[in-house]
Design a binder for this molecule. Structure first.
Ligand SMILES: *[C@@H]1O[C@H](CO)[C@@H](O)[C@H](O)[C@H]1NC(C)=O
Ligand SMILES: *[C@@H]1O[C@H](CO)[C@@H](O)[C@H](O)[C@H]1NC(C)=O
Ligand SMILES: *[C@@H]1O[C@H](CO)[C@@H](O)[C@H](O)[C@H]1NC(C)=O
Length: 245
């Protein structure tokens, strides 16, 4: 009887928590700037690409998703950013028509509406321009190049890539790969995440066991690319651009 009461109390308590707990109010503490390598993305998604630099995939709060479905994406609010967006944050899946905003709409609905919790990001324009600002500040292409990590037919040690990034920013990135095909030993570099605190200081992207799962992130709705955290003991292929023009 006593344990029944306890269970009942726990249930009530939990019920109370769950009813007052609104998923869209999930408080996040970290922002993830996600870059993807267009050639890898397109080799999986069968798209053609001409981008030979790391493009922006998104600016993601570490918690929450699709936080406010009534805050609709409105392309005219970021009209002035369009040239930048097309260049650095292109929709690799739908390169035509070049005026398509599907990708940005998706990023806004899923991540932007959660990012707005922060005053610095509480409008569409603030969100997209901050993402571009952080992306430029990071200059991932330049950082890798400085360490002679460039697209190549030869393979890299995973450690060298991680070290190049860590050595420059002094924070741990999260580096994702397409895992080796069965019977092969080489993984393909796909996505690099660099993390910021809420006040835009570089911080470590936590590398926990949980992170080793195939994270849903944007994968389910934006392409089906199966990125996994790269395996440290396996070589890495950083594919040069082969995409048709
Ligand atoms: C959701 O977005 C709408 C439209 O911008 C806004 O009026 C509303 O306050 C937002 N809701 C929350 C909980 O932020
Ligand atoms: C989109 O933004 C523009 C520019 O701020 C504004 O004039 C327009 O009314 C907005 N459209 C919608 C549907 O909210
Ligand atoms: C893209 O541009 C074409 C030609 O200018 C236009 O007909 C079309 O409606 C535009 N599409 C979008 C999504 O804006």
């Amino acid at each position: 009887m006593r344990s029944f009461t306890l269970v009942l109390l726990l249930c009530l308590g939990y019920g109370h928590l769950t009813t007052s707990y609104k998923p869209f109010m999930q408080v996040w503490s970290k922002l993830i700037v996600t870059h993807h390598w267009p050639q890898t993305f397109c080799s999986v998604e069968h798209c053609d690409t001409h981008f030979d630099y790391w493009t922006l995939h998104g600016l993601w709060p570490d918690k929450g998703g699709t936080c406010n479905t009534s805050w609709h994406f409105n392309a005219s609010q970021i009209e002035d950013l369009m040239p930048e967006m097309k260049k650095w944050w292109p929709d690799l899946l739908h390169p035509d028509p070049s005026n398509s905003t599907v990708f940005w709409k998706h990023e806004w609905q899923k991540h932007g509406t959660c990012a707005v919790q922060s005053e610095a990001l509480d409008s569409e324009h603030k969100y997209f321009s901050k993402a571009l600002e952080l992306y430029h500040k990071l200059d991932l292409d330049g950082v890798l190049r400085k360490s002679n990590i460039v697209p190549s037919e030869k393979f890299y040690n995973f450690d060298d890539i991680e070290e190049a990034i860590y050595g420059f920013y002094n924070v741990k990135p999260k580096i994702q790969c397409i895992p080796p095909k069965l019977g092969e030993n080489v993984q393909t570099l796909g996505q690099i995440e660099i993390c910021f605190s809420k006040d835009f200081h570089l911080i470590n992207c936590q590398k926990s066991e949980l992170d080793n799962r195939n994270q849903p992130n944007d994968i389910l709705t934006y392409g089906s690319t199966g990125y996994m955290v790269c395996q440290e003991n396996k070589e890495v292929y950083y594919p040069p651009l082969i995409g048709k023009y």
